[in-house]
Design a protein around this ligand. Structure first.
Ligand SMILES: [Zn+2]
Length: 539
């Protein structure tokens, strides 16, 4: 009798919380199986296979979802997204991501003008390109002034150009070039009249942006939650976050607060961006004394330093000897702490500086298990990939070519573009590749747009640039967006594929990624996203 009760009690304790049946569940396990049903308990996958295998586990307390033949994939993980920064202002900014024409973009501005408090700034802080508009141009100041009504308006294009309406110029007190240091120039037309545009470089634009009002702490929390739900809607369940311009310790407090209350719907592995110029190493030492590598839990984890490791080598093809030596010192320190490191690098022609440094450090302190990562490097040569493989260095690869393909074509030529980025070579050589977007200032955060681009090589303007030799299969593209990114976060044993014992992070898709024509992949969304067994998005 007592024995019977115990069995009952333990059977109840064993009952899954959630069971998915009647689906096409792509596990991305080593053998690439497709299962029909999956059971989740306490945030993890407890059974997977055909319906007969899962059915006996179902109890009255179990929620059973009939997938009606839909496709399920492991939750997507973006290997490089400035998601913490994007979240801070998501509820107070306007975004033009995916807008197909200038009227559509202006309508979003007009809608914000109608709903925001009088006098609030309307800010479009990147994430768009004129190539995405049918008109293939930037809006005029008259257009944004009309749409913005009584509000000051700020429109940013990448990190080289911005446009304000007259109210924006007035609010920031900008009248001439010297009002937009360090390198800003007010655009003028042929007759010398101001057009509303401001041209400059990254310091100009980040300096300008820093003058705009910051969202309140409540707005930051609201924005972060809303942004993470937006990512869940697109089947994302995790990101690796590299900080970004202007990201300092106070900018992490909204995220930490949501994590403390157990409110995250997205797993975040974050790294520290260089703080003070010239005192980078001192800052890292101070900031990480109580923050050892890997500290955190499966929702929020500290993942080392970067993308800006040191200002002197950041997005710089020709750093000084002193900057390279400082970079070496920081790398050596990171290795001594067992710390991961990721670094932005754009051009293969100069990447030897990074690899030489890594090799030099590796001779003193092995870095093979630290998963150091090169970010971007769209034109990586085969030799570079081989050196990376030998060092155990991973590659965070993004769809920069989707927005910038035409510009890359001008700079590097058709032949070079055919193999950019060399995804198949990297996989063949054995480099771990994590896919992502680098959103949201320079790119849309939509992973489906990135996946489509990985498969067809077409820019937002519709030009196909990559050749078939570097175009991955659909499965390999998806693996880069799941297991590949998970590896960069030291999490491939916990997530990135659907296997018994792993965290239940998955998405049920609106269309079959494996079957729809490639053009339709960009429109895929999730109909149900599960993170750690919790349904975080449902349509
Ligand atoms: Zn970045």
């Amino acid at each position: 009798m007592l024995g019977g009760l115990l069995v009952c009690a333990s059977a109840l304790a064993q009952a899954p919380d959630l069971v998915l049946v009647n689906g096409k569940i792509h596990t991305l396990a080593a053998k690439s199986t497709v299962a029909e049903a999956l059971a989740i308990r306490d945030g993890r996958i407890v059974a997977l296979g055909n319906f007969a295998k899962v059915k006996p586990l179902i109890a009255r307390s179990t929620r059973v979802v009939d997938l009606k033949g839909r496709t399920v994939i492991p939750g997507l993980i973006d290997s490089h997204m400035h998601a913490i920064r994007a979240g801070l202002s998501f509820s107070t900014e306007v975004n033009w991501i995916g807008a197909r024409s200038i009227p559509e973009a202006l309508a979003r501005l007009r809608e914000a003008a109608r709903t925001r408090k009088p006098g609030d700034w309307l800010i479009v802080a990147g994430g768009w390109t004129p190539e995405q508009f049918a008109e293939k141009r930037v809006p005029t100041q008259a257009e944004i002034a009309e749409a913005g009504g009584d509000h000051p308006v700020y429109i940013q294009l990448f990190y080289g150009w911005a446009m304000l309406n007259p109210k924006g110029f007035e609010a920031l007190g900008i009248r001439e070039d010297k009002d937009v240091p360090p390198a800003g120039k007010l655009d003028r037309d042929a007759s010398g009249a101001l057009t509303g545009g401001i041209s400059g470089n990254t310091p100009t634009i980040t300096g300008l942006f820093a003058r705009l009002p910051k969202p309140s702490f409540e707005e930051q929390i609201e924005g972060t939650k809303a942004f993470f739900r937006e990512l869940n809607r697109l089947a994302l369940t995790g990101v690796i976050d590299p900080g970004g311009f202007g990201m300092a310790p106070p900018d992490y407090q909204a995220l930490f607060s949501i994590w403390r209350e157990g409110g995250l719907t997205l797993r975040v592995a974050y790294t520290i961006f260089a703080q003070g110029r010239g005192k980078e190493l001192e800052d890292y030492k101070n900031l990480t004394q109580l923050l050892p590598m890997g500290f955190g839990d499966s929702w929020l984890r500290f993942n080392g330093i970067g993308e800006n490791v040191a200002w002197g080598v950041y997005n710089n093809d020709a750093p000084t000897e002193a900057a390279r030596e400082q970079f070496y010192e920081i790398c050596r320190w990171a290795a001594s702490q067992g710390m991961a490191l990721n670094i932005h690098w754009h051009n293969d022609s100069s990447v030897w500086m990074v690899l030489d440094t890594f090799e030099r450090v590796n001779k003193e302190i092995p870095i093979g298990n630290l998963r150091w990562t090169l970010v971007h490097l769209e034109d990586a040569a085969e030799d570079t990939l081989k050196r990376m493989k030998a060092l155990g260095v991973g590659w965070a690869m993004q769809d920069a070519g989707y927005f910038e393909g035409e510009a890359q074509l001008k700079a590097k030529g058709e032949q070079a573009l055919r193999r950019m980025p060399p995804m198949n070579s990297a996989l063949y050589i054995g480099v771990h590749v994590g896919a992502g977007t680098d959103a949201h200032r320079v790119m849309s955060y939509n992973p489906w747009v990135a996946l489509r681009w990985m498969l067809d090589g077409k820019t937002v303007g519709g030009r196909a640039l990559r050749g078939p030799e570097e175009t991955p299969t659909r499965e390999n593209a998806l693996r880069m967006y799941t297991l590949g990114s998970a590896w960069l976060a030291f999490a491939e044993k916990e997530r990135g594929s659907l296997e018994v014992g792993k965290l239940a992070d998955l998405a049920v898709l609106s269309k079959d990624y494996f079957k729809v024509p490639v053009e339709e992949i960009g429109e895929i969304e999730s109909v149900m996203t599960v993170v750690g067994g919790k349904v975080v998005f449902e349509r």
